[in-house]
Design a protein around this ligand. Structure first.
Ligand code: GTP
Ligand code: MG
Length: 373
C-alpha cells in the first residue's frame, strides 16, 4: 500500500515506489500523458501507475504542502472583537442605500487621503461607541461563493426587505444562506418612508416562511428603517450589536494576521489592490502575506476612507498593496515567516489550480483511459 496525497509529481511518485522516474514517465506515456519529471499527477493517474507497479494507493487527507498551519489561540490571549456584518436581500430592496447611509452618517468627511475609491468593506463606530465591520457584497453571490469555499467571515447577517414590495425569491435565498451557514440574522424592513409601505404585510409573509419576528412573538429581531431618511438605522445597528454580543466574538490580536480576501483587482498605477478582512492577529506593513495562490510583502495599507494605516487588527477591513496577483474572493490569507516559504506555497497552489482548470476543461475519465490502453 502506498500512502500519498493527490498531485504529487512524477518524480515523487517514483521515489515513493522506489523505481526510476523514467519508468513512471514511460507508464504515463502509455496512458497518453506526456509528463515531465516535476509534473504533478492527479489521483486517477497516480492510482493507475501505482497499480502497474503493484501498489494499492491510499490517499491521505490534505495536501500538507499547500496548507498553512495556523497558530492556536490560548484563551488568555483572546480579546473582544467587532462583529463582521453582511447585508443581503432582494434586488432593489435598498442594500446599497442602507450601507451608504450608514457609511455617510458614520464616516467623518474630509479624511480621505491617498486613494478614494469604493472598497467592499468598511468599519463604523455606532453611537454607543461600538465598532461594526461591514461587508458590502454585490448581492449575496459573493457570500455564496465565500461559503462554498469554506470561508466563514460573516458573524451577523442583515436581511433587507422593502416594505413597499414583498418577500421575494432572493429574500428567501438570503435567509436560507444565513440559516445554512448558521449566521444569526436581523431583519431590516426598509423604505418605510414610502406612502405605500406596509411593514405588517412583510412580517406576515416572513411568518409564512417560518421567520417569526420578535414583536409577533418570534425570535428574530426586526427593525423598520428608511435608508432615505435614516429612520431606525441606529436602532438597527443596536440590534445587530445585541445579536453579536451573544456570540462573544473574540480574537487574538497579538499573533500573525489571518483573514479572508474580499476582492482583488489590478490597478494600472498601483499594481494588485486587494481588499481583505483581518479576522485575527494584526497585519503590518512589511509583513509577508500569502493569499490563495498569490503572495507578496505588504507595501501599503489603507482603511476604507483611503487613509494610510500601518497596522490592522481583528475585524478590520483594509485595502493592501503588494501581492503578485489577484487572489479570489473568499481565499484565506496568512502572514508567513519568509518570502521564500510564501512563494513556495503560492507556486504549488497556482500549479494545482492550473492543473485543476485544465482537467475540468478536458476531463479524462478512467473509462477513456481504458479504451486507449
Ligand atoms: P441591488 O444592488 O441592485 O440588489 O439593489 P439594492 O438592494 O442595493 O438597492 P439600492 O440601494 O440600489 O436601492 C434601490 C432603489 O430604492 C434606489 O432607487 C433607492 O434610492 C431606493 N431606496 C432604497 N432605500 C430606500 C428607502 O428607504 N426609501 C425610499 N423611498 N427609497 C429607497
Ligand atoms: Mg446594491
Amino acid at each position: 500500500i502506498l500512502k500519498t496525497t493527490e498531485f504529487i509529481s512524477a518524480n515523487d511518485l517514483a521515489s515513493l515506489m522506489d523505481v526510476s522516474v523514467n519508468d513512471v514517465i514511460g507508464k504515463c506515456m502509455n496512458l497518453g500523458i506526456f509528463a515531465s519529471i516535476n509534473q504533478r499527477l492527479d489521483a486517477e493517474t497516480i492510482t493507475i501507475i501505482a497499480d502497474e507497479f503493484g501498489y494499492d494507493v491510499k490517499f491521505t487527507e490534505a495536501d500538507d504542502e499547500t496548507e498553512v498551519v495556523e497558530e492556536k489561540d490560548r484563551p488568555e490571549d483572546l480579546t473582544d472583537r467587532a462583529p463582521i456584518v453582511t447585508i443581503m436581500g432582494h434586488v432593489d430592496h435598498g442594500k446599497t442605500s442602507l450601507l451608504d447611509f450608514i457609511r455617510e452618517s458614520k464616516v467623518t468627511a474630509g479624511e480621505a487621503g491617498g486613494i478614494t475609491q469604493h472598497i467592499g468593506a468598511y468599519d463604523v463606530m455606532t453611537d454607543s461607541g461600538k465598532k461594526v465591520a461591514f461587508l458590502d457584497t454585490p448581492g449575496h453571490e459573493a457570500f455564496t461563493a465565500m461559503r462554498a469555499r469554506g470561508a466563514k467571515i460573516t458573524d451577523v447577517a442583515i436581511i433587507v426587505v422593502a416594505a413597499d414590495d414583498a418577500v421575494m425569491p432572493q429574500t428567501k435565498e438570503a435567509i436560507n444562506h444565513a440559516q445554512v451557514a448558521g449566521v444569526p440574522m436581523v431583519i431590516a424592513i426598509n423604505k418605510v418612508d414610502k406612502p405605500n409601505a406596509n411593514p405588517n404585510k412583510i412580517k406576515e409573509e416572513l411568518a409564512n416562511i417560518n421567520i417569526l419576528v420578535e414583536d409577533w412573538g418570534g425570535k428574530y429581531q426586526c427593525q423598520e428603517v428608511s435608508a432615505k431618511t435614516g429612520a431606525g438605522i441606529e436602532d438597527l445597528l443596536e440590534k445587530v450589536l445585541l445579536e453579536a454580543e451573544v456570540l462573544e466574538l473574540k480574537a487574538n490580536p497579538a499573533k500573525s494576521a489571518v483573514g479572508t480576501v474580499v476582492e482583488a483587482e489590478l490597478d494600472k498605477g498601483r499594481g494588485y489592490v486587494t481588499t481583505i478582512m483581518v479576522q485575527a492577529g494584526t497585519l503590518r506593513v512589511g509583513d509577508v502575506v500569502l493569499a490563495g495562490a498569490h503572495y507578496g510583502k505588504v507595501k501599503a495599507m489603507f482603511d476604507h476612507k483611503g487613509k494610510k494605516v500601518d497596522e490592522a487588527g481583528p475585524s478590520t477591513p483594509v485595502l493592501m498593496l503588494g501581492l503578485d496577483g489577484a487572489p479570489q474572493a473568499g481565499d484565506r490569507f496568512n502572514v508567513m515567516e519568509s518570502d521564500r516559504e510564501a512563494r513556495d506555497i503560492a507556486n504549488k497552489r497556482e500549479q494545482i489550480q492550473r492543473e485543476q482548470s485544465m482537467r475540468t476543461k478536458k476531463h479524462i475519465t478512467l473509462d477513456e483511459i481504458g479504451r486507449r490502453l
